[in-house]
Design a protein around this ligand. Structure first.
Ligand code: SAM
Length: 364
């Protein structure tokens, strides 16, 4: 893999960020900052003073994070995005609402709050607790420096069934129609004419059927849509809206897939070589990177750990800077990112990064 360069820096995130944000070359450079900071009172990563997450009070912890993300804002491009994967904590039987409180504080320093994405972990291990529910999701805060961040929805579109009764399974290929065979311009015109000339009192029976409508547009009414898996006759409607004679007649889905929504179902993974302790899996980061950046863009992770965000950036030909307090993590991240650049990653991990959509993609 080429077109990537990376820079992995050791030190306290705040100090390093304060230093690099003084450089005019670094300011406004990063289109994405994606990170998973240490969670509050969750674990120790080493012996050093200054490790985040070990603060006496949650207020102190939040203020330290705000300081870090204040520096980050200087480094983001005007259309840049900030994604923070962050967990909550219970104290005295009460959830501290850490993600929500952080989000509010970040809007107070000028970030735009775009979304709180739920990362749903279907394979979360159940707790034996009788007084609290198993935590099966994590929040991903999505903020941006300006009002309108750069976003590319197409690489993260999904296919799947929207109808409640249907199965989510991919239909057999012979049941799917990928493109309109619509050369029936006259048939379409005829149907449009009936519709446009109908009156509120026109009998429903005099309107074309949903089968006729989908057929006229070049779709076999009984075949299924590659995006939502509904039959094409379900894309057609004869409904009249109020007293109007105009109504939507055929509404095919976006053939590139549908908007993935703000609940992302991604399994947690056991990591390769037993030496990863990422708070986020590669496919989660790949989705964020594809959504918010283009090839050649710069990405930063101020709490890089063993370098998941760096690995994904390298595989997707983005340039990367990572920071961590511990030398050991710097060495391992450098090695992991270099392996990604040299195409030495296990195929399984590579597949998670490169492919995020269903295999139907290849037919478009
Ligand atoms: C949740 S882990 C990040 C894991 C990472 N996503 C990965 O792919 O491995 C948080 C990281 O923050 C680092 N860290 C803790 N306090 C820090 C500080 N003050 N400055 C920089 N890094 C810090 C820890 O060493 C740890 O590697």
């Amino acid at each position: 893999m080429r077109n990537t360069d990376y820079n992995i820096l050791q030190g306290d995130a705040l100090h390093v960020l304060e230093k690099i944000s003084q450089s005019s070359k670094e300011k406004n450079k990063y289109r994405l900052i994606v990170t998973s900071p240490p969670y509050y009172k969750h674990r120790n990563y080493g012996e050093k003073n200054g490790e985040l997450g070990q603060e006496k009070t949650v207020e102190e912890y939040l203020n330290n994070l705000v300081d870090v993300f204040t520096q980050c804002k200087k480094l983001l491009t005007e259309d840049g995005s900030l994604f923070i994967v962050i967990g909550d904590k219970r104290q005295n039987h009460s959830k501290l609402m850490i993600p929500h409180r952080l989000a509010i504080k970040l809007t107070e320093i000028g970030y735009t709050f775009q979304e709180d994405i739920i990362w749903y972990k279907k394979n979360a291990i159940s707790t034996s607790s009788k007084i609290s529910l198993t935590s099966s999701y994590e929040l991903i805060l999505f903020l941006s420096k300006g009002k309108k961040p750069y976003l590319n929805m197409d690489p993260i579109r999904v296919q799947g069934n929207e109808v409640t009764s249907g199965s989510k399974e991919t239909p057999p290929l012979q049941k799917i129609q990928f493109k309109s065979m619509g050369k029936n311009i006259r048939a379409i015109e005829k149907i449009k004419n009936i519709i446009h000339n109908s009156l509120p009192e026109t009998s429903f029976d005099d309107l074309p059927t949903t089968n006729e409508i989908s057929w006229a547009y070049g779709y076999d009414p009984e075949k299924q849509c590659p995006t939502c898996y509904r039959k094409f006759k379900r894309h057609a409607t004869r409904k009249r809206i109020g007293g109007h004679t105009h109504y939507p007649i055929f509404a095919p889905c976006n053939p590139k897939g549908k908007n993935p929504g703000n609940v992302w179902e991604i399994s947690t993974k056991a990591h390769h070589g037993n030496e990863h302790f990422a708070m986020f899996p590669e496919d989660l980061i790949a989705k964020i990177v594809k959504f918010t950046t283009e090839e050649g863009d710069y990405i930063l992770d101020p709490f890089v750990g063993r370098g998941t965000s760096g690995i994904v950036s390298a595989c997707l030909k983005r340039k990367f800077t990572g920071i961590d307090l511990y030398y050991e993590n710097i060495v391992k991240t450098k090695r992991n990112v270099q392996n990604a650049i040299d195409s030495k990653l296990p195929q399984k991990i590579l597949n998670q990064i490169i492919t995020t959509k269903s295999n139907l993609k290849e037919f478009f």
